[in-house]
Structures are given as C-alpha cells and as structure tokens.
Design a protein around this ligand. Structure first.
Ligand code: MG
Length: 392
C-alpha cells in the first residue's frame, strides 16, 4: 500500500467560551486527511485527524515540513515489515527527521494531528476499531467495554451567574454524566467557593466535582485555593493545573499540602516533559491524575512512550484521564486501560464528543463498532472533513 495524498486545512472553532486564561473565539483547528491507494466499497481508505482544543492550528508546520517529509519518503519507510499496513511509529520517525530535541510547542500539535490520521487509517486497513487494534497490539487483547467520562464545563461566560452555572450542571446530569468539572480562578476565591458550593448541592454522595485553574495561579494563590478546597475534600475529585504547567516546584508545593488529589499534564507536550513532572512535580501515583492529551503532544506514538515511562516510575495507566474530550483518547482509554476520558458536552463541537448514536449512561460511554476512530459516526464532523478530499 501507499499514501497517495495528504490534505490539510485550517478551520475555525467559533466558540464564545472563556476559561481562567483565554477566550476561544479566535481558536482554529487543523484538520487532515491521509488518502491511501487501498480501495474498499469503491472508495479509497482515508485516515482523518485533527488536534485537540486549546491550541491554534499548526497548519504551516504540517504543510511545509511534515507533509513533504511523508510524501517524499520511500513508501517502505512508512509501512510495517510485511508492507500490508501503514506504521504510525515509522511515519513518526519520518515526520521528525531533522527536528532538534526540545522546544516542543506547536510542532507537537502538528505531529499529533497527522498521528491521529495515521492511526485512523491503520485501524481501517485492519478493519478494526482503534481501541481493538490497541488492545490486540499492546494489552494482550483485553479492552474495556466502556469508558468513564466526566462533563467538563463551568466556564465563565459574560452574564452567567450562579443560576446559569446550576442550569449547566443540571443539563450535564440529565445527559447521563455523574461527575462534573468547573473552572476556577476567573473570579475571586470567595466567588469561586460560592460556585463550588452551588454545584456540590446538585450532586449526590457518589458524585464528585473537579475544579480547574488552567495554570493561572502564582504560588500563594495556588496554596490559598488548596487550603480553601480542603473542607470540601470528600466531594472534590481533583484540583487541576494550579500553576504554570512547567512549574514543577509549584505543583510539588501544592501537592504536598493538598488533601484533594492533584490533576495536571494537559499542557505537557512530550514524554520528557511528563517525565519531569513525575520526577519533580510531587505527584502521588496512588492519589493523583495525569491528563496528557496525545492529540496535542506528538500523538499516540509518543503517548505509548509516556505510558512506558509512567510504568517505569510506578504509575498505572489507570491514573490517566486525558484532556480533550475527543474520540482518539476514548479509544486509547478503552484499548490501553486508562482511567477515563474528559468530555465537553456541547462545546468544541463538532470536534469534541463521541459517536452520535451512543449516549453517556451512568457516567460511562461505549465505543462505536466501526473501523478506525469513528469520525464517520459524527455527522457534523464529517461535514467538516468531506470537502478536504472533494467528496462533497
Ligand atoms: Mg484543564
């Protein structure tokens, strides 16, 4: 087999929401399609990819560095030994030719975007859902039948008061979620505590609330929030990204005094950055959560390295709940045995969310039984992808 074309386009996310750090109204996303010469049902097999929310399109890097390297490679360099399928790890090496270590930034997002499409294509060629391919290759065939998901929201909209927040949380619960997450740090501490108390009143004793500062706090503020959250510790699932993602000392200081579990990692874009978090960030493997998002950080090929690194340091994949709320991480969670996956009901559409016909039930979601990642199971998402290859 061989790749016959790779297309990239930059599209708008058109979102009006805001977390503690940025608003998303100008956010863009790169979408890619990798076309193969394998024909099924009269059409070429195509792998689709996009990157996760929170980072702008790295389209320049994809178009000017990564696609030319993939298209310029000897086809055998991109394939498994028997030539029957694309090899995402080998394609990864080709994409990273002549790239220096470190300085990950937008390059990690660009590689992650193409990596998603490569895995989608590889699973389609094997005629398996991606989670099944991952379970077969990396977990002795064992896959989880469904995946824990929590509803991430609680953004700060202009004019959205406590009542607006309560309405949003009720909608999440009506949609089948048990656990929810809200932003903190976009309002003064006292106002955030009112928001937290309002949400906790809506939750049952088996449900929990996570809070996310989006890396906003300096050390004194991060510690003040850790202390303020302590009385609510039985129902607070975690305290997320208190300070700058690369300030491991701050993280360690917060982790030391917080009785509430710590969660972080969505802005670490390489195995090496994650290793530094594990080495120096004070994270506790029996308590805390890791949220690295492969669709922002060199893709699933790099995420497999991160899982290996975590195991070497005594961490179970069950401590991982990736950021992003997209289908790639849902497959990884089921196939590799992670703890769960983020979900953003109603936002970051159509990229976020799971198969159209599979509801969230009791805080868990099943995977579509179609080859690949299942982008074809999201009608609105396919409307974005089809023009890329002139199919509409
Ligand atoms: Mg977050």
């Amino acid at each position: 087999m061989k790749i016959t074309a790779i297309h990239e386009e930059t599209v708008s996310l058109r979102s009006s929401l805001r977390n503690a750090y940025i608003n998303f109204s100008e956010m863009t996303v790169s979408i890619v399609a990798i076309v193969s010469d394998i024909v099924r049902n009269g059409r070429p097999l195509i792998g689709y990819g996009f990157h996760s929310n929170g980072r702008y399109s790295p389209g320049e890097i994809i178009r000017h560095r990564l696609i030319p390297r993939l298209m310029g490679a000897n086809p055998g360099e991109l394939l498994e030994d028997d030539g029957s399928n694309i090899s995402p790890p080998r394609a990864w090496q080709v994409m990273m030719t002549n790239e220096k270590p470190g300085g990950h930034g937008e390059r990690a997002v660009a590689v992650g975007t193409l990596d998603m499409a490569l895995w989608d294509l590889a699973a389609k060629i094997e005629e398996k859902p991606l989670y099944r391919l991952l379970a077969d290759r990396y977990r002795g065939g064992e896959a989880d039948p469904d995946v824990y998901v929590y509803a991430a929201g609680g953004y700060y909209y202009p004019g959205k008061g406590i009542e607006g927040l309560e309405d949003e949380i009720r909608r999440f619960l009506d949609q089948g979620y048990l656990d929810v997450k809200i932003k903190i740090g976009g309002a003064p501490l006292a106002a955030d505590l009112e928001r937290i108390e309002a949400v906790l009143k809506l939750l049952g004793s088996q449900q929990s609330l996570a809070v996310d500062a989006n890396g906003r706090f300096d050390l004194p503020t991060a510690l003040a929030y850790a202390e303020a959250l302590t009385p609510y510790r039985k129902q607070i699932k975690w305290y997320e990204e208190a300070g700058d993602p690369l300030d491991y000392e701050l993280n360690a200081r917060v982790a030391e005094i917080s009785p509430v579990p710590i969660a972080t990692g969505e802005n670490l874009f390489s195995t090496q950055d994650s290793r530094n978090l594990i080495r120096y960030g004070g994270m506790k493997p029996e308590r805390d959560y890791l949220q690295m998002d492969p669709a922002l950080s060199y893709g699933l090929v790099e995420y497999l390295r991160t899982i290996d690194m975590l195991k070497e340091h005594g961490w179970s994949p069950r401590r991982c709940i990736p950021h992003g709320g997209h289908q790639l991480t849902l497959h990884i969670a089921a196939g590799l045995g992670l703890n769960g996956n983020e979900s953003y009901p109603g936002v970051f559409e159509p990229f976020g969310g799971f198969a159209d016909d599979i509801p969230v039930e009791s805080g868990r979601v099943r995977l579509p039984d179609v080859p690949g990642i299942g982008i074809e199971t999201k009608a609105e998402l396919m409307k974005v992808f089809l023009p890329l290859t002139n199919q509409v």
